[in-house]
Write a protein that binds this ligand. Structure first.
Ligand SMILES: Cc1ncc(COP(=O)(O)O)c(C=O)c1O
Length: 403
């Protein structure tokens, strides 16, 4: 049989997809490798999945609710789940979304894609934290955004640097930020920065996109206010149930100015049209049955224990030239080494030693991070955490000695 002449199909690819790295898929594949100790993917532990309650709810929905649960959903989401999300936001944030301010999404990646589709023309400037979530970089890049990185320190994004960009001749259309237990650094933005940030966005008319993926997985009770609760006029909050409920149903919410949400709903109409109704009904019943808070309590305790264990192992096994963040929630800690350390090469050697982590470079949208790396503690068990960090310490020491 004749085959397609070289170079195959790639000349047919859209310009906007050329150079797309597929790094996120590669990371997830690495995390799934057998026999590896993986600190790579930011995956929730299946131990937190509420299998028993889901079995019961599934049976109930199929018996009495099939006409809705198995049907298409309205594009903004089923009214019952929107109400349940609104109730939860009123409870946790002290503000209830007004009509038209909230839609159901198929998770945060969906929300980012809808925002980009609704707002971004090729060449528009989008500001993100440097480093930030790889899925967001890919999402905005897919719409040919001109992505600019804003530095972060231990209090979150550098507001003065962001304001300089806003006042430049290439101001951003939006800033995407992860204020709570950030991916990849684990850093939480201080309350002062949050207040300053919303004021800068108001002053310059820049939309603030707040990703709260890890907010509910805080190890401590003191939580600064969300950006959305501070400034619902300039903030779109994108939430996901992937890290709290389970990711297999791909669900989340977007809440923000009604005008923006309406445009996102139009964008969803010609994306996947609606989030799956079955997952929406499951989640609604789960929330109404007050099952989420006990699940969150157990998840927080599990991840806090792993985080503390990883930090203790880092204290024990890392050479003095390595520093790392001390997260107060979420899934990640972020390591920095001397400028000459090449964490991409280190990741290859680690793989040979049965250890996976993600080197820092892909998280930086405009270069840098070659001496940094991300460790996820969410999926490894206690023994793997200690052994994995020990192996990493040994590898870094031998890299330093052989330099
Ligand atoms: C900051 C952040 N946002 C969003 C997501 C993914 O959300 P979803 O599964 O809802 O698309 C992740 C997962 O890695 C993440 O780290």
């Amino acid at each position: 049989m004749a085959t397609l002449p070289q170079p195959g199909w790639s000349p047919a690819f859209a310009r906007r997809t050329q150079g797309a790295s597929g790094e996120l898929a590669a990371i997830l594949a690495l995390a799934a490798g057998t026999g590896m100790i993986s600190f790579a993917g930011g995956l929730p532990d299946p131990r937190t999945f509420p299998v028993g309650v889901l079995a019961e709810l599934t049976k109930r929905l199929l018996a009495g609710d099939a006409a809705v649960s198995l049907q298409y959903s309205p594009t903004p989401g089923l009214p019952g789940l929107r109400q349940a999300f609104g109730d939860r936001l009123a409870h946790t944030e002290g503000r209830r979304p007004q009509p038209g301010e909230l839609m159901v999404t198929s998770g945060t990646i969906d929300a980012i894609g809808l925002l980009a589709k609704a707002l971004i023309d090729a060449g528009d400037v989008v500001a993100v934290e440097a480093p930030t979530y790889l899925g967001a970089i890919d999402g905005f890049r897919g719409f040919q955004a001109d992505i600019r990185g804003i530095p972060v320190d231990e209090d979150g994004v550098d507001v003065a640097a962001f304001e300089r960009l806003c006042a430049s001749n290439a101001p951003p259309k939006l800033l995407y930020t992860i204020p709570d237990h950030q991916n990849p650094t684990g850093i939480t933005m201080s309350a002062e920065r949050r207040t300053a940030l919303v004021e800068v966005c108001r002053k310059h008319g820049v939309l603030l996109v707040e990703d709260v993926a890890y907010r509910e997985l805080s190890f401590t009770a003191d939580r600064p206010p969300t950006l959305w609760s501070l400034a619902p006029d300039v903030v779109v909050q994108a939430g996901t149930t992937s890290k709290t409920f389970f990711p297999g149903v791909r669900l989340g919410w977007a809440v923000g100015p009604a005008e923006v949400i309406a445009q996102m709903v139009i964008a969803k109409q010609n994306s996947d049209q609606c989030a799956g109704a079955f997952g929406q009904r499951l989640l609604e019943e789960y929330l109404r049955g007050h099952h989420l808070d006990p699940q969150l309590r157990a998840s927080r305790a599990l991840y806090a224990g792993r985080c503390h264990l990883m930090l203790a192992a880092l204290d024990e096994y890392m050479p003095p030239a390595i520093t790392w963040t001390r997260p107060r929630g979420g899934f990640f800690t972020w390591l920095s080494g001397p400028e000459w350390l090449d964490t991409t090469a280190l990741a290859r050697r680690a793989r040979d030693a049965g250890l996976a982590f993600v080197p820092g470079r892909p998280f930086h949208p405009t270069g840098g991070g070659g001496n940094q790396l991300r460790l996820a503690y969410s999926l490894a068990d206690d023994g793997q955490i200690i052994e994995g960090v020990r192996r990493l310490g040994t590898l870094i020491r031998s890299t330093m000695e052989n330099r």
